[in-house]
Design a protein around this ligand. Structure first.
Ligand code: UTP
Length: 288
């Protein structure tokens, strides 16, 4: 079995739910505590063993490229001021030379289209997809949990969680067969079903391990929900051709594409930081 070495980070979305913050700045550069969402995502992938980081960008996304580059002037100033701790923490998470690749999704035609844009950079090997606006606080990195399953079962593996029935219209929703309460065999998949039509409330969040065959399906994929090319539609076509599992991952997921999810993530991640947790906890108690 081929090792999962590459991860695709689709960052070409418009982030309209987060306007005006996203007018001139990519949604993925919004910070949770002191790191942009995209850095949280890349660090999760690094911890999961990913070696090649492929960003599918769009307009206004150049701050992401700058963030994963060396910053010569800033580093020079930190050296001059002997701020060596800050210098080390600036570099520790930047992937090595040649480990980052960028391609551009010229039009925001949907997540499926964004993933398809990475086809030549991924090539003929299984790969991961990480959506930076889904942030997961967990012991074992969420992506690592998926890769562990893939190494046992092969095929496609997606991260899943129960959502309130009223919210199925925001997700790709599964019907499942064999299910041990953690890992479930996917039998069908529908994108953004109305609550009364959803086959279940088990929904896909932004972590995937996918077979390269998905690119051939995406190539032929017509737009559907929201007039976008949906990744879920192509994944649905792969059911029955290869193993396909949904994993109820261990951890708490925050939908940072929404204001409330983003605010919750900031509080939850801040409470894991010893230098600020106590004061923040006291402050929160004092205002609620
Ligand atoms: P969303 O559904 O959150 O869309 O995309 P969005 O455009 O980013 O935000 P809203 O809905 O307008 O507020 C989920 C993920 O897919 C990426 C986004 O960057 C995000 O990580 N995406 C979406 C693309 O890369 N390209 C697209 O055309 C659409």
């Amino acid at each position: 079995m081929q090792r999962i070495r590459k991860a695709v980070f689709p960052v070409g979305g418009l982030g309209t739910r987060f306007l005006p913050a996203t007018k001139a700045m990519p949604k993925e550069m919004l910070t949770v505590v002191d790191k942009p969402l995209i850095q949280h995502a890349v660090e999760e992938a690094q911890a999961a063993g990913i070696e090649q980081f492929i960003f599918v960008t769009g307009r206004n996304k150049s701050p992401i490229e700058d963030h994963f580059d060396y910053s010569f002037e800033l580093e020079q100033i930190l050296v001059e001021r002997e701020k060596l701790k800050e210098l080390a923490s600036l570099r520790s998470w930047v992937p090595g030379v040649g480990r980052v690749a960028y391609t551009r999704q010229q039009q925001a035609k949907g997540l499926g289209h964004a993933v398809w844009c990475a086809r030549d950079l991924v090539g003929d090997e299984p790969f991961a997809v990480v959506l930076a606006d889904d942030l997961v606080l967990s012991g074992t990195p969420c992506l690592r949990q998926l890769i562990d399953v893939h190494e046992r079962t092969g095929g496609n593996v997606v991260a899943i969680m129960e959502v309130p029935r009223a919210e199925t219209c925001r997700y790709g929703v599964l019907a499942v067969g064999d299910d041990d309460g953690r890992l479930a065999k996917v039998t069908s998949l529908v994108e953004k079903p109305a609550p009364d039509e959803a086959p279940s409330t088990l929904s896909i969040i932004g972590r995937y391990v996918l077979l390269p065959q998905v690119f051939a399906h995406l190539e032929r994929q017509a737009p559907s929900a929201g007039d976008e090319i949906q990744l879920t539609d192509s994944l649905a076509r792969m059911i029955g051709t290869a193993p396909f599992h949904g994993l109820r991952f261990e951890g708490t997921r925050f939908d940072c594409g929404t204001k409330i999810g983003f605010l919750k993530a900031n509080v939850a991640f801040a409470m894991t930081r010893p230098e600020i947790a106590e004061e923040l906890g006291d402050f929160l108690k004092s205002i609620v």
